[in-house]
Ligand binder design. Structure first.
Ligand code: M7G
Length: 206
């Protein structure tokens, strides 16, 4: 018996650069797609745990059909919530990442119809791990039709757009088991692309 997920998902991997001249696109690899709970566990049990990846590796778990890149048209108006864990030895990154993946595929990070969650990502870096959650918009109102940026169907006011984004930020924070005093930070992809890093100035905190 297979227990279907609400959406099909694709796992991606960014391998660390091997030398000079490796660009982002060459390092990003599509691994596998799945649409059931059983397939998820089968994959999870057979891939290298995050804690054993080399520096500069990433895992990305995205809705099928969305590339984990700023350039994907579906990410064009989007941004991400993120938190960096600086105590690499003290935290259990494998269990944190598993929790976040389960929250994503179990659709507990947003309300049905929000249509905001694009995917989740874990970055292995020198001195920290970072877990991120990519959203379709930066809390903008939905134009109710037109550019494909209309998940949820109905239009959304500025206030509602911001509310949805903040609720997702709080749920993400919960999924990561963070304290109230910890802060997850949100930044738009356009800012990230311009600053040449995703460490752009946070727009919102939760
Ligand atoms: P990062 O891995 O998000 O953060 O971005 P880091 O600075 O902690 O490593 C690192 C670099 O990877 C960026 O400065 C870009 O050069 C490249 N990069 C990351 N992302 C998510 C993208 C993307 O979506 N598109 C492109 N073209 N480059 C990206």
């Amino acid at each position: 018996v297979k227990h279907p997920l609400m959406n099909p998902w694709t796992l991606w991997f960014t391998k660390p650069p091997s030398g000079k001249g490796d660009n982002w696109n060459e390092l990003l690899k599509e691994v596998i797609s799945f649409d059931s709970v059983e397939e998820f566990w089968g994959i999870y049990n057979n891939i290298t745990p995050t804690s054993q990846l080399a520096l500069k590796s990433d895992y990305h778990l995205f809705k099928k059909g969305v590339r984990p890149e700023w350039e994907d048209p579906q990410n064009k108006h989007g941004g991400k919530w993120a938190f960096s864990f600086r105590d690499k030895k003290l935290i259990d990154i494998d269990s944190l990442w598993l929790h976040v993946m389960l929250a994503a595929i179990g659709e507990t990070l947003e309300e049905e119809g929000d249509g905001e969650v694009m995917g989740v990502v874990v970055n292995v870096r020198k001195g920290f791990y970072r877990i991120g959650l990519w959203t379709r918009t930066v809390g903008k109102p939905f134009p109710g039709g037109g550019d494909g940026n209309t998940a949820g169907g109905k239009g959304r006011s500025v206030e509602q757009g911001k509310e949805v984004l903040m609720r997702i930020g709080h749920r993400f924070k919960e999924a990561l088991g963070l304290k109230d005093t910890d802060q997850v930070e949100f930044s738009g992809h356009t800012d990230s692309a311009h600053s040449g890093s995703t460490r752009a100035k946070a727009k919102f905190v939760a």
